[in-house]
Ligand binder design. Structure first.
Ligand SMILES: [Zn+2]
Length: 307
């Protein structure tokens, strides 16, 4: 009886080695059978929209690589996000999981506890983090174009380590996309060069990195996170601040309509403009230019609002 079980166990081990060998050869040997459609056999899961956009650029046109965004396009920031059973299923098939890092994915420990084999790519590696008044690290690093460039390089390097067969392609793609981001950043800086008024009021803690990059001065943040409406006292204080500083523009975000913005606008005469932290959008294949487009729009909005 025992030996029978032993034999069966041996066969299972042998067949799984054999299967592993098969999938291994699929990974690297796609080119040997050019007529067969390339199988999607390296699955890269991203945590949310901004990381998705960077990752599809890094993996652009690399055969056999599929990028899946774990959360819904309109989820936005993941500060309080709870993993669903569906998310865990998605992570189960991930050959790599790209996160923003900087503690945006507060659920990460739980995910790793459930799936210790998960290969995590930290896009914010070596990015210097800003801290808020409470000493908390600000995770919205990608809203600075320079940081987005670093994230792209980080993703390419760590992806190359996990999928060395395609390393050259990842690095080439990252280089090309980074160049485009550099052009974008330089153009935005030029657009704002003549602007003397650089005071802005924003909603949600998404803009400190953006402000630093473009030399803007955030006078007040109205809602730290979506849905956390300011108290009447906070609202009154902000209205006083706007009046005292003679700020003419408020910057809301497309992700949530803000009653607070309207109230402040009504009380002070300051106009409400939309700045997009590029945290939501259509996470679909081919959305390569969505970050660049949104940032170009932000540059134009700032120019218009601050002139
Ligand atoms: Zn956020």
């Amino acid at each position: 009886m025992l030996s029978k079980i032993g034999k069966m166990f041996f066969m299972i081990v042998i067949s799984s080695v054999f299967l592993a060998g098969c999938s291994q050869s699929k990974n690297t040997g796609g080119a040997s059978n050019p007529n067969a459609a390339v199988k999607k056999n390296f699955i890269v899961v991203t945590s949310f929209y901004p990381v998705y956009i960077s990752t599809i650029n890094v993996t652009r046109d690399v055969p056999g690589v599929e990028v899946i965004n774990m959360t819904k396009s309109q989820t936005g920031c993941l500060h309080d996000y709870q993993l669903s059973p569906e998310d865990l299923k998605t992570l189960e098939k991930a050959n790599a999981f790209v996160i923003n890092g900087a503690n945006m994915e507060a659920f990460l420990d739980k995910a790793i506890k459930q799936q210790p084999q998960l290969k995590v790519i930290d896009a914010s590696k070596n990015i210097e983090l800003l801290t808020d008044q409470n000493g908390e690290k600000n995770p919205h690093v990608w809203v600075s174009v320079s940081n987005a460039m670093t994230q792209v390089q980080n993703i390419a390097e760590q992806l190359s380590a996990l999928d060395p067969a395609n390393a050259e392609k990842y690095r080439k793609n990252a280089g090309e996309y980074s160049k485009r981001l550099e052009t974008l950043r330089d153009a935005m800086q030029k657009t704002l060069a003549g602007t003397e008024n650089r005071d802005i009021i924003t909603f949600h803690e998404a803009f400190p990195y953006f402000a630093k990059e473009f030399n803007l001065n955030i006078v007040a943040v109205i809602e730290r996170e979506p849905g956390s409406d300011p108290s009447p006292k906070e609202l009154a204080e902000t209205i006083e601040k706007v009046k005292a500083s003679q700020i003419k523009a408020l910057f809301a975000e497309p992700q949530y309509s803000s009653k607070a913005a309207e109230t402040i606008s009504r009380e002070t005469g300051a106009k409400v403009y939309i700045l997009d932290p590029v945290v939501t959008g259509e996470a679909k294949p081919g959305a390569y230019d969505d970050y660049i487009r949104a940032m170009e729009k932000n540059g134009k909005t700032l120019q218009e609002a601050l002139k």
